[in-house]
Design a protein around this ligand. Structure first.
Ligand SMILES: Nc1ncnc2c1ncn2[C@@H]1O[C@H](COP(=O)(O)OP(=O)(O)OP(=O)(O)O)[C@@H](O)[C@H]1O
Length: 220
């Protein structure tokens, strides 16, 4: 389990420049899925980086409570990033197995876990292919499978469905959000469908988070 508590977070990239974040507060409970929306440049990625310890907190508080020895972001955060961060010459299964290996699994167990998650994201039959031959959308599914295979309790995802078509988006969302098995998920997205599938959606505007009014249901 994980609980995330953010209070009055402020961040600026240069001392004289206006703050990108100007008093962001947020609570995320165990198993909760939260979408962060907002215009380009509003600070969504900056917020995610602060939540996951990739940027140092300048002002305010980011507190994470876990129920085990996970004390560093590298112990409790699984990233799903826009940038491609896969080992292109290793197989799909090996890349996903890195999730289990990073959580201390033995190689054989990590490969078994990887195959389970590859089936969940619809890529089981591609397990032995080098990642380098996959499409952008397929690689994104590999990254999501690896994050979930790591069993870390907090998933931070930046535009996880940006490169996916509607059908694959639906598959990935059901794995990432519905099948999150008690993980908490904070997802930065421009996609109203992603926001609709989360427990809560918030909009970053003028450096502050506001509740997002619910999107109308998707038309079948
Ligand atoms: N390393 C950096 N140095 C200086 N300015 C930065 C840096 N990273 C981001 N910024 C600026 O901070 C602001 C917020 O950027 P951020 O990437 O957090 O926005 P975003 O909401 O994620 O945007 P997008 O939806 O386009 O990805 C932007 O004006 C950006 O130019």
């Amino acid at each position: 389990m994980v609980r995330l508590s953010v209070e009055e977070l402020r961040h600026r990239y240069r001392p004289q420049s206006p703050p990108v974040l100007d008093g962001v507060s947020l609570e995320v409970t165990t198993g909760e899925t939260v979408a962060i929306m907002g215009p380009s440049g509003s600070g969504k990625t900056t917020l995610l980086a602060l939540l996951g310890g990739l940027l140092p907190v300048q002002e305010g508080l980011v507190a994470v409570v876990t129920n085990d020895q996970a004390t560093r972001p590298t112990d409790y955060v699984a990233w799903v990033l826009q940038t491609v961060n896969v080992l292109a010459d290793r197989t799909v299964a090996d890349n996903v197995a890195l999730g289990g290996l990073s959580a201390g699994q033995r190689y054989a167990d990590a490969v078994e876990t990887a195959r389970w998650w590859l089936a969940e994201v619809g890529l089981l039959e591609r397990g032995d292919d080098p990642v380098g031959v996959l499409s952008g959308g397929e690689i994104q599914r590999v990254v999501i499978a690896r994050a979930l295979a790591s069993a870390r309790p907090l998933v931070l995802a930046d535009e996880p469905t940006g490169q996916l078509d509607a059908a694959t988006t639906a598959t990935v969302l059901s794995v990432l959000l519905d099948g999150s098995h008690g993980r908490s998920v904070v997802v930065v997205t421009h996609d109203p469908e992603v926001a609709r599938r989360c427990d809560r959606a918030l909009r970053l505007r003028d450096g502050v988070l506001h509740p997002e009014s619910p999107a109308p249901p998707a038309v079948a």
